[in-house]
Design a protein around this ligand. Structure first.
Ligand code: ZN
Length: 291
């Protein structure tokens, strides 16, 4: 039960109105911290790696550690490749043993996005044991968040979303609704909750088939997160916050203990800090006790 695709745990989440926390990690300590927090909370979990850390650490190394941790864990855990713009790299990570792959062809035109997404879907489904995430519209960095949130053309068109899902066969779907990557510049960023709800209704109104993903979770308030889950979000991505916590915890420790040369102590501090962040999100997202 421990090694799962994102789709299988998200189907349950979507039906029961909670979201699975999806946390981006850049090293082993973070991966262990995320897993430990989810086990403590008895929550299903998605571990994510962006393309750069997955290339730096090595996708086979990451998958081996993932499998080792997941196989002995009493909770279901997925390993997800986040925002790969390369069809080829998606296939390589599928071959290595990632259990969810995101092909992000959202910067391509609509037809090309469909073509690339379908190619990854067909490849992963032929291997089996892998679900695929596609994206439509622009999930920007926070620099452009306001512009994107107010630009109808940059957000996901609900009719196109239905066609996109049908034509690609994608398992889980990330609609652009105004959320962004990074740290929001305001406490109340403009997010199109209604659009999210409409897309969820159109795709999953007669029973959940294609669960929805929320990108840009860092910095969103509890109220925003709950509203997004209510509107159909079943996977909630948190990336930037874990990077900040890693750097801040490390810097804090070194500043106060400049004469100590014991890396293990830094690891303990970092692990604890990450664990707290993950636990907090699991509580907000309602996935505690759902494993
Ligand atoms: Zn994202």
């Amino acid at each position: 039960m421990s090694i799962v695709t994102a789709k299988e745990i998200m189907l349950e989440a979507s039906k029961a109105k909670y979201a699975v926390g999806a946390f981006n990690i850049t090293n082993l300590i973070q991966m262990e911290a995320v897993v430990e927090a989810a086990i403590e909370k008895q929550a299903p979990l998605i571990i994510q790696t962006s393309v750069t850390p997955s290339k730096f650490l090595g996708r086979d190394v990451l998958v081996t550690i993932y499998r080792t941790l997941a196989e002995s864990a009493p909770i279901p855990i997925c390993l997800h490749l986040d925002h790969s713009t390369s069809v080829e790299y998606c296939k390589q990570c599928a071959d290595s043993g990632y259990t969810n792959i995101m092909i992000d062809a959202s910067k391509q035109d609509y037809e090309e996005n469909i073509r690339q997404t379908k190619e990854v879907v067909d490849y992963c489904h032929s291997l089996g044991g892998i679900s695929v995430e596609g994206e439509l519209g622009t999930v920007s960095g926070v620099e452009d968040q306001v512009k994107v949130a107010e630009d109808e053309a940059a957000l996901c068109n609900p009719d196109q979303a239905v066609e996109f899902v049908e034509r690609t066969g994608v398992d889980i779907f990330a609609p652009a609704i105004g959320t962004a990557h990074g740290v929001y510049k305001t406490k109340n960023p403009k997010v199109d909750f209604e659009r999210m709800g409409k897309i969820h209704q159109m795709l999953n109104g007669d029973g959940v088939k294609t669960p929805l993903v929320v990108h840009g979770g860092t910095g969103l308030s509890k109220e925003y997160a709950l509203k997004l889950v209510e509107m159909g979000g079943a996977k909630f991505n948190v990336s930037t916050e874990l990077k900040y916590v890693l750097i801040d915890a490390t810097y804090g420790y070194i500043s106060e203990n400049r004469q100590q040369y014991n890396p293990g102590k830094i690891d303990i501090i970092v692990k604890d800090a990450i664990r707290q962040v993950v636990s907090r999100w699991i509580d907000i997202l309602g996935s505690a006790g759902k494993a």
